[in-house]
Design a protein around this ligand. Sequence first.
Ligand code: FMN
Length: 455
Amino acid sequence: MKILILNGSPKGEISVTMQYMKYIEKKFTKDEFIYENIAFDIKKYLKDSSLLDALMLKVEECDGVIWAFPLYYMTVCSQYQRFIELIFENNYKEYFKNKFAASFSTSIHFYDHTAHNYIQGICDDLDMKYTGDYSSKMDTMMKEANRISLERFFDNFKWCIKNNNYMEKRYQPVNRPVNTIGNYEIENKLDISNKKVLIISDSKKNDNLSKMVDMASKYLDGKLQMQNLHDLDIKGGCLGCLKCSFDYNCSYTGKDEYIEFYKEKVMKADIIIFAMNMANRLYSCKWKEYFDRSFFMTHTPSIINKQIGIFVSGPVSKTENIEEILRSYIELNNSNYIGLISDEANDTDKISQNIYRMLHKVVYSSRASYIKHETFRGIAGKKIFRDDMIGGLKGIFQADHKYYKKHGFYDFPQKNYRGRFFAFIIRIISLVPVIRANFHKGIKEQMIANYKKYL
Ligand SMILES: Cc1cc2nc3c(=O)[nH]c(=O)nc-3n(C[C@H](O)[C@H](O)[C@H](O)COP(=O)(O)O)c2cc1C
């Protein structure tokens, strides 16, 4: 069989993900593997459209496509996403239609599910025959059981192709609404004096997002900072070179405006609005580039104690992924997720009213210094970082290690000796048959006993 590997690593061939593909190639000698370094070569594809045409012929000729990528900020890297946008912008959809597809990733399993959701959605949009995903931890090839599992993944993919077996479409198409923003009248503007308020957007001239941002600025009284990402000199996406890992020193330092903007504006703001245009099933790759480049701060929370609200122009209700990713990103950074509003409502004034409500809440929460507790997203994410850091990453990510140590992130094994002692005693006394038989009788009262002194 002819298998086309669309390599989503900005590192090109020198990629962990590609080692997994090479392993499969070594094991399945009768199959032909064609590699395209999509993310690495993105600038070439953008410059020369004939390269894209040539690639489409390869898509047409192959029996199956593997979207093989490293996780970058809960999805794929911005360069790969740009390629996906190019497919739709250039009407190359037909080449992918009915082609068998699988998505494969390497990562540390931090939000790998959102990345695969995204790729599955893209396959559905391209009318591909999506067969499933495989998410490998980046260093699992060293164990035989994992190598066997990897071989089975590919065997399974081939079996699906031979037997015309694929998944039902899971995602509905996303169509863009173009609704009027309206002009919800207010009596008093929101006072933002003494607050640093920053709106970051990727709006384009006269698009709906620019109107949402304009409306927001009308509701605020005070100095507002705005940054359009298209006007910021960003030389390119994250290269995955890890130069930042010792001391947050990015290889782009001094070469473009991103780092200074991030340190001076983003990190110092009290309130941030992410104003985002959707592209296909995600925010645009311009925004993706923004997130990927923030990796110069590696795994250290860098936008702490901020109030963050999201404006989205696009059919965000059709894809849960966006809110899931953004909320997680905000929780992991110890900031307060206020919510997300969009331009989906077709009722005049509803959108501007929602903009006002969002800003009102953002400003109120900032004055009240309200940071709500994290959900599973932030808590589980931090535990993965903590464990991987202890498990070896701290050798490379030295800056994170210093921060984690200083801020008590290494909270396992737990030192809760009192709790551990009581758990031990309960386990022992519950072995006595009469205690065991009556143990659960008063358990509801026991569970609330400690709360009484506060009530
Ligand atoms: C900018 C950046 C963002 C990353 N984001 C994630 C992530 O969200 N989740 C995760 O599990 N791993 C993440 N990683 C780790 C990579 O996915 C992992 O190291 C991968 O194996 C690298 O593969 P490659 O060598 O093929 O590029 C990130 C790495 C970088 C450099």
